[in-house]
Design a protein around this ligand. Structure first.
Ligand SMILES: [Zn+2]
Length: 490
């Protein structure tokens, strides 16, 4: 325990080959978030501390989706191949990613057709939508499910970042008109903003270029954040499907004039699992995790500090403090373990990222006071016992705000601009992040930029903030058609 590598976050700006990757692997194990020893490649055993945090994240996300008119649903994990192949581009795009189930039972009964273990649920849901949606009165139709999906990833896997099994939420919506569907894309961006703010994760919402669309979509939009090593990471994405799937799955409705029409569709896929990984990476430090108070399983950990003879009184007081906090809806716990010293417990809960530590000792009882320590800054303070609830609540808000501000500062410092390929190469290799360039819009130039910068991807133009094209494409010199951002992605 506690062999967290010394990882100087400020150094990661100057040196992209910092120890972030080792730190990340270490913290996943040491903070007991997940165990990678499960013997199927890309599959993780998830442990209580990460699951409790992710359940809090789910609550926020699902409440936000429901506030915006989505209803929950559960669909089967198995999708018949005939459904899966209905939308040709989608089927082709996902063909390399699918796990297939072909037989069952002790006699190895072969199924009449292969069943895909869902990599995403468009084809499962839309086969039912075609039976459920009848008239314009059924629209807009907005549902979501939170579930696992499976993808046969060829790239190397990383806990909470890329896996062959991961946990996400997918929202699937049908509308009467194209305008309404496009409005949903903006609403998805708003949902993303409201949710990620509570996790203190900054992002830019991009319209992806043509060559980087979701297979089967008319257009794709996605939020990108920046990891401590300067690499860009995709967070929730949303897709305007037009009528591609409604035509393939025969999702028709009778409109207000009595005519039959195909629905307009969108789908949105925030993956709490990956957002959790990003949150661990962005907020953590050399002592371990720092979980934003808005989603921490515990806001405060109470550590009794006693000597021979004082233990009963100290534990009694510690429990009282915990009850005080809990009765005010502040999740708290007393670490009463006898086999560990207070110092060991401080390290343990710092590693777990609990926002506030409360120390109770015999002298504190005498003076009717408590010692509070902030996880984010390490600041120590003494408060009056009867003010502890108010103080912990105030500290939680301050810590939340501080994490947002710290993350935003790092994010802004990693947004740059380049007017030549050389400059772009230099920025991407030195500090990474997102770099604004002028681009002609051709896939050929995008491919060249990617090759020359060793992996710099065009992430797109910011949705709703598209900037006018200026100057010429940094690769071919032709007139630029848009301003886009480039980054090396996970
Ligand atoms: Zn060009």
């Amino acid at each position: 325990m506690f062999i967290i590598l010394q990882w100087d976050k400020s150094d990661s700006m100057k040196n992209p080959k910092n120890k972030f990757s080792e730190w990340y692997t270490e913290v996943i194990q040491e903070a007991e978030l997940a165990d990678i020893r499960y013997n199927v490649k890309g599959f993780l055993a998830h442990m209580p501390w990460s699951v409790r945090t992710m359940k809090n994240m789910y609550r926020i996300l699902e409440a936000e989706l429901e506030k915006k008119g989505h209803e929950p649903a559960w669909f089967p994990a198995l999708i018949p191949e005939s459904y899966f192949k209905k939308e040709a581009e989608h089927a082709e795009g996902f063909s390399a990613d699918v796990f297939w189930v072909t037989e069952g039972g002790s006699d190895n009964v072969k199924f009449s057709e292969r069943l895909a273990l869902r990599p995403t649920s468009e084809t499962a849901m839309y086969s039912m939508f075609s039976m459920w949606i009848r008239t314009w009165r059924d629209l807009p139709y907005k549902i979501y499910q939170s579930c696992q999906v499976w993808r046969f990833e060829g790239k190397s896997t990383k806990p909470f970042i890329r896996g062959r099994e991961f946990y996400w939420t997918e929202a699937h919506d049908v509308f009467e008109t194209e305008e309404e569907a496009l409005k949903q894309v903006e609403e998805d961006m708003e949902i993303t903003g409201n949710v990620l703010k509570q996790f203190a994760i900054p992002f830019i919402f991009f319209k992806r270029p043509e060559h980087d669309k979701f297979k089967g979509a008319v257009s794709t939009y996605a939020a990108d954040s920046i990891m401590p090593d300067g690499k860009v990471i995709q967070l929730p994405s949303t897709h305007f499907l037009g009528q591609n799937f409604s035509k393939a799955f025969n999702i028709k409705f009778v409109d207000r004039e009595g005519k039959e029409r195909y629905g307009w569709q969108t789908c949105y896929g925030p993956a709490v699992w990956r957002i959790f990984g990003v949150l661990v990476a962005i907020h953590g430090d050399d002592k371990g995790l720092i979980i934003p108070p808005a989603i921490a399983p515990l806001t405060a950990i109470v550590v009794p500090v006693y000597f021979k003879g004082s233990d009963k009184a100290v534990i009694k007081k510690a429990r009282l403090v915990k009850e005080l906090l809990e009765s005010s809806c502040i999740p708290a716990k007393v670490d009463e373990r006898k086999e560990h010293t207070p110092g060991w417990k401080y390290n343990y809960w710092e590693l777990k990222g609990v926002p506030v530590r409360i120390e109770v000792g015999p002298k504190d009882i005498e003076k009717k006071q408590l010692v509070l320590v902030r996880r984010d800054t390490g600041e120590k303070m003494t408060v009056k016992e009867n003010e502890v609830v108010e103080k912990v609540r105030k500290l939680s808000e301050e810590i939340q705000q501080n994490l947002v501000a710290r993350a935003e500062k790092f994010f802004k410092e990693h947004i740059s601009e380049a007017d030549s390929i050389d400059k772009l190469k230099q920025i991407l290799s030195e500090k990474g992040g997102l770099v604004r360039i002028s681009w002609c819009g051709s896939t050929e130039c995008a491919d060249h930029i990617k090759a020359e910068t060793l992996g710099g991807n065009i992430r797109g133009a910011p949705l709703g903030k598209e900037e006018k094209a200026k100057g010429s494409c940094i690769r071919c010199g032709k007139k630029a058609s848009q301003q886009v951002y480039v980054g090396k992605a996970y």
